[in-house]
Write a protein that binds this ligand. Structure first.
Ligand SMILES: Nc1ncnc2c1ncn2[C@@H]1O[C@H](COP(=O)(O)OP(=O)(O)O)[C@@H](O)[C@H]1O
Ligand SMILES: [Mg+2]
Length: 242
């Protein structure tokens, strides 16, 4: 059941201060939500916490839908037991990657809450396993490689892209959106592009072989070269025919 609930409603205590109730923490979250112009949350999503449904539960946060100026948005709320004091680092990184058109659009962030665009769609792992239009699939994959390359140029390394499971959402079967900039590292020598190529062209090669032809040994070589020099991105695209 979908229900719009005022943020002060007692029933929301379980998610606003999760997994244990702390008065001070709860009051801070409430204050931040009000300051951001959010007065209602929506109980909807595949994860249940008590009687409330949310969209996601990670190690550091609870993600739930909220209403702001009558728009549905996503709220990432810090967990009481998170190893972080604040979500502000993630908020700052989101604002940087947004400039390159990457990630859900940031609306606002405080200490305990990030307000951002809600991404409706399908996790990449499910999407890959579905029958679909080849041309569209190639476009989405190219778009994803492009975003990873841009992140590499920014020196922002997203640690989960070699096995993105729930961290890439394909919106409207059209646009790949990378989410969760919580566990990233900055000024990293690691490469997002090689992570995603590993996931797509090595871990899931059976699926992509139907629409893209490539030689694994040559691809490995190109990726190795890329890791060293970051100079052959276009060559990799050409090699994959993208
Ligand atoms: N902007 C968003 N739009 C839609 N779903 C989201 C959004 N942000 C997070 N989610 C969902 O919530 C889950 C947990 O979010 P995530 O950012 O990974 O939290 P954590 O940092 O705690 O791992 C994600 O796997 C995804 O399903
Ligand atoms: Mg996560």
């Amino acid at each position: 059941m979908v229900e719009v609930i005022k943020i002060e409603d007692e029933r929301l205590k379980v998610i606003l201060s999760y997994p244990i109730f702390k008065e001070e923490f709860y009051n801070e979250v409430l204050r931040e939500l009000r300051e951001m112009g959010i007065n209602e949350l929506i109980s909807r999503g595949r994860v249940n916490i008590g009687k409330i449904n949310v969209i996601g539960k990670g190690c550091t946060s609870i993600v739930v839908q909220g209403l702001r100026n009558n728009n549905i948005i996503a709220l990432k709320i810090l967990r009481v037991d998170s190893n972080r004091e604040s979500v502000s680092r993630e908020g700052r990184i989101l604002s940087i990657v947004n400039r390159e058109g990457i990630g859900p659009k940031l609306i606002d962030y405080k200490n305990k809450v990030i307000a951002m665009e809600y991404i409706e769609g399908e996790y990449i792992s499910n999407w890959l396993r579905r029958e679909q239009d080849n041309l569209k699939m190639r476009m989405i994959i190219k778009d994803l490689l492009e975003q990873c390359y841009k992140l590499d140029l920014l020196g922002i390394f997203h640690k989960e892209l070699s096995n993105p499971k729930t961290h890439i959402i394909i919106r409207n079967e059209e646009k790949p959106v990378i989410i969760d900039f919580e566990t990233i590292s900055l000024e990293s020598k690691n490469s997002n592009l090689s992570s995603i190529i590993g996931y797509l062209f090595f871990s899931n090669s059976k699926i992509l072989e139907k629409i893209i032809k490539w030689d694994s040994i040559k691809l490995r070589e190109l990726v190795r070269e890329y890791k060293k020099t970051r100079s052959n991105y276009n060559e990799i695209l050409r090699f994959l025919g993208l």
